[in-house]
Write a protein that binds this ligand. Structure first.
Ligand SMILES: [Zn+2]
Length: 456
């Protein structure tokens, strides 16, 4: 199966609510045809931000789309001001702005699309992508900021995606490189998902969803240079990856096929920056950098498990765990909303791990680890290959190279404490609960990353 045939195949999957994906050069006009074919399209809400987008040939994207839609009905512009975050106030404003529309058309990137999915509700929602910057377009989930914490919530499938490679070519290179970084998570996230199923934390593991994009991993690594050079063909292929990745999350009914520890680290850094009143780095770029460190941790843990050299998994007492969570998050806001939110999720994880006797499950899995390592070898990637691809694309490989870089201490904090943030199990949980994820271990992993040109 090629990437394109996989994409065509999965668009017809019964769990996929996305009807149409148009990717290629000069496909912008299809937004008019898609909206015109809808039963009701007199009132069109055009949801976007204040940014200006141009195509590779210099055409302004928003006026072009507005012009196409105005031939069909009344277009109400819903413009979200400033640097847009998917917080409660912004999502409410978008929802109110789109209230009377028959159809919502969103122009923008990941955050706008996430907000559009909520604002559109059950109505048709057409997304005109301004970049291939994240993998969150083609699914029915949105990353929202709830009480200052990034949470993934069920929202709605977009009905159609329009991805014109000329538009992608005109997007800032760092956005498309971010898309590559987000996709790089395929070399760790599916492994985290598999691990989570081994400890009984996830009964929904699907080898099909886990490998949907990962089986094209070599092709992704080969795209890096073209993506870095804003080559339209490479960007169109990246857009297919990003779309298929979104679909894999839809098929799985959760973000796990593409979101493991590397995503939690990125969310933690976003939260830290928000708490400090700083702008955040680009999601995918940050995810790419984090993936290198996670791949290093995975390699270390995998080797230990293969050698039978792993300590017993010990679950902390609730009171101790709560203290640890509060120590990690109390600084973020005075009211303690963030630590309350994190403890609420972490305590559930702990209860569940106890309930399923995760320690016994890990002991059992460790007894036949070579068989698991065989599966994992098809899911994990070598940190060196990840660094080489990021470099070839001109994407950051170090946290300090990100736009709006985090303080070094925050990076160490995010890596050390990421397992305390949510009710999911990944390699950081296994490392922590077996005594292998102290601050010293984190610094060792960062030194190892430094050796291959990544890390801090
Ligand atoms: Zn992502």
């Amino acid at each position: 199966m090629t990437l394109s045939s996989d994409l065509d195949h999965y668009l017809t999957h019964p769990l996929v609510g996305l009807d149409q994906v148009v990717i290629g050069p000069d496909v912008l006009d299809s937004v008019r045809d898609i909206v015109a074919a809808l039963p009701a399209h007199n009132n069109i809400a055009l949801l976007t931000d204040e940014d200006e987008y141009t195509t590779g040939s210099g055409t302004f994207l928003k006026p072009a789309v507005t012009g196409l839609l105005e031939t069909l009905g009344t277009v109400t512009k819903v413009v979200l001001p400033g640097h847009v975050h998917a917080d409660e106030a912004t999502v409410s404003a978008a929802t109110a702005g789109c209230e009377d529309a028959d159809v919502v058309v969103t122009i923008g990137s990941g955050t706008l699309c996430d907000i559009g999915k909520v604002a559109a509700g059950n109505r048709p929602h057409v997304v005109v992508q301004s970049a291939a910057s994240v993998n969150g377009f083609a699914d029915d989930q949105s990353v929202l900021l709830i009480n200052g914490v990034k949470r993934t919530a069920h929202s709605g499938w977009p009905s159609a995606l329009v991805v014109d490679s000329n538009v992608l070519e005109g997007a800032p290179a760092l956005l498309n490189r971010s898309g590559l970084g987000d996709m790089i998570s395929m070399f760790t996230a599916p492994a985290d998902w598999y691990l989570s199923s081994l400890v009984g934390m996830d009964r929904g593991f699907s080898a099909e969803a886990a490998t949907m994009t990962r089986r094209h991993g070599a092709e992704l690594l080969g795209l890096a240079e073209g993506v870095g050079a804003s080559d339209p063909d490479s960007l169109a292929t990246l857009a297919k990856f990003v779309t298929l990745s979104g679909i894999s999350m839809g098929v799985a009914g959760q973000t796990s096929p593409s979101s493991g520890m590397e995503h939690v680290v990125s969310h933690m850094l976003d939260m830290a920056n928000a708490a400090r009143g700083k702008d955040t780095a680009h999601h995918g770029a940050q995810v790419g950098v984090a993936t290198v460190v996670v791949a290093i941790l995975w390699r270390k843990m995998n080797e230990r498990l293969c050698a039978g050299n792993i300590d017993t998994l010990r679950l902390p007492e609730a009171a101790d765990a709560e203290r640890t969570v509060r120590e990690a998050f109390d600084w973020m806001d005075e009211a303690g909303a963030t630590s309350n939110e994190c403890w609420s999720d972490y305590s559930k994880k702990l209860e569940h791990l106890r309930w399923v006797d995760a320690g016994a499950k890990i002991r059992e899995a460790a007894g036949s680890w070579p068989a698991h390592a065989e599966v994992l070898s098809g899911l994990l990637g070598a940190p060196e290959d990840i660094v080489a691809a990021l470099r070839a694309a001109g994407a950051p490989t170090r946290f300090s190279e990100l736009e709006n870089p985090s303080k070094e201490d925050d990076v160490i904090w995010a890596l050390t404490n990421c397992h305390l943030m949510r009710n999911r199990f990944n390699i950081a949980d296994l490392a922590y609960l077996t005594g292998s994820w102290t601050k010293t271990d984190v610094l060792a992993a960062l030194s190892e990353a430094e050796r291959i040109g990544a890390g801090l």
